[in-house]
Design a protein around this ligand. Structure first.
Ligand code: ZN
Length: 157
């Protein structure tokens, strides 16, 4: 009986636990919530932003269409996109700048920064911002099938 119970432990791999934002996530603006980028590579915890610019692909019309059709999302997100005319959607996609490594342009929709960049604290509480070892706080829509909070397994059975 006891061994059978252990077999229903959550199937969380150790690798998955270190991914901050999985490949396929849609990055939305922190300030206004519009979808901006699709991650074409997973972003890992503590990964330096100077290496990750290539992972942000501006969302396409197809990405917006996919978002509107997803049933696992907050209805508010889908409704907001549906309010846009196809022309408005196209304009939005065209205005999203490509990310250069280490650069974070403002949101083309609301002109606010689309991420929060937090300084990471060194062992003595010193800011390491100048080292670019800061942590980006992205607002994202997880890829299909991952739209639920990652369960962190605290204790051992
Ligand atoms: Zn915005």
């Amino acid at each position: 009986m006891r061994s059978a119970l252990k077999m229903i432990a959550p199937n969380v791999g150790s690798v998955a636990a270190e991914v901050a934002y999985p490949k396929g996530s849609i990055v939305v603006c922190h300030a206004c919530g519009v979808p901006l980028y699709r991650l074409v590579g997973s972003i890992w915890f503590s990964e330096k932003t100077s290496n990750t610019g290539w992972k942000y692909a501006p969302v396409s019309m197809a990405d917006l269409q996919t978002l509107m059709e997803r049933r696992d999302l907050d209805p508010g997100i889908r409704a907001a996109i549906k309010l846009w005319s196809p022309e408005r959607q196209r304009q939005h996609c065209e205005r999203i700048p490509m990310l250069k490594n280490g650069e974070l342009p403002n949101c083309p929709s609301c002109a606010q920064p689309f991420v929060y960049a937090l300084t990471s604290q060194g062992p003595e509480g010193k800011s390491e911002f100048t080292d670019r070892a800061y942590v980006l706080q992205l607002a994202t829509i997880p890829p299909v099938g991952k739209a639920r909070p990652l369960t962190l397994v605290g204790g051992r059975a």
